[in-house]
Design a protein around this ligand. Structure first.
Ligand SMILES: Nc1ncnc2c1ncn2[C@@H]1O[C@H](COP(=O)(O)OP(=O)(O)OP(=O)(O)O)[C@@H](O)[C@H]1O
Length: 218
């Protein structure tokens, strides 16, 4: 039977008295792709940060891979994620960024060769000596995806990976997500592009004003 790998139970979050997430209930089953849709400020990124353990709910429960995220959990270690400008240094090359992050992650087995493979998997050239502050937005998106894949985690969160992607970039991303699914990954992905979400998702959560207002099974 398919396992539930992420579960949110009646999650609420208040910031300075304002309800930014309310009554979020969701179940994520292994090896499926979940689209998160909704307008700006709907709560998609906050829900991702709650699953990652970066922010703690005011009440409710978050369970990742069978473990409850507690107040003293720093973050959910078994999730790879990409968020806009999170964790990458503009003054370094793509390879330097990946090597640094890999060292921070204590991932001893990764050699330069696997960085090359990872960069080529996301369509970047490991020989490119440009600092990433000079990258196009589409190239930065590809690097952020590589960051999410660094530790070969089974659960992946991609926050707005379609931003600034041209048609070829989108096609590449669709193929990459399909390939990751074939490899057994579970993927949570937010986007403003409904056509893209319909193409890649098994299940879509529709967010508005900090809550889930609808679901669609594809
Ligand atoms: N640290 C914070 N303090 C106060 N309010 C916050 C904080 N972080 C997010 N919010 C608020 O929570 C709401 C949800 O934001 P969130 O970033 O999750 O939206 P989103 O659905 O990802 O939108 P977008 O499509 O623009 O990325 C917004 O109203 C935002 O202003």
């Amino acid at each position: 039977m398919a396992q539930i790998v992420v579960e949110l139970r009646s999650v609420n979050k208040k910031f300075r008295g304002k309800n930014v997430l309310h009554n979020i209930n969701l179940k994520v089953y292994e090896n499926k792709v979940y689209g998160f849709s909704g307008p700006n400020g709907a709560g998609k990124t906050l829900t991702f940060k709650t699953i990652l353990g970066f922010i703690k709910p005011s009440n409710g429960e978050v369970i990742v891979a069978g473990k409850r995220i507690r107040k003293d959990t720093m973050f959910a270690e078994n999730i790879g994620f990409s968020m806009q400008d999170y964790g990458v240094l503009g003054d370094k090359t793509a390879t330097e960024n990946l090597v640094l992050l890999n060292m921070l992650n204590n991932n001893a087995e990764t050699a330069d060769m696997s960085m090359q493979q990872l960069l080529s998997y996301v369509g970047l050239d490991h020989n490119n000596k440009d600092k990433i502050k000079n990258y196009s937005l589409g190239m930065k998106q590809r690097l952020l995806i590589a960051v999410a894949l660094l530790n070969d985690n089974d659960i992946l969160i991609f926050d707005e990976p379609t931003n600034a992607l041209d048609d070829a970039g989108q096609e590449f991303l669709v193929a990459l997500i399909n390939d990751l699914k074939l490899k057994g990954k579970t993927i949570l992905i937010s986007s403003h592009d409904k056509t893209f979400l319909n193409r890649v998702s098994d299940h879509i959560f529709k967010f508005n004003e900090g809550t889930i207002v609808g679901e669609q099974i594809l």
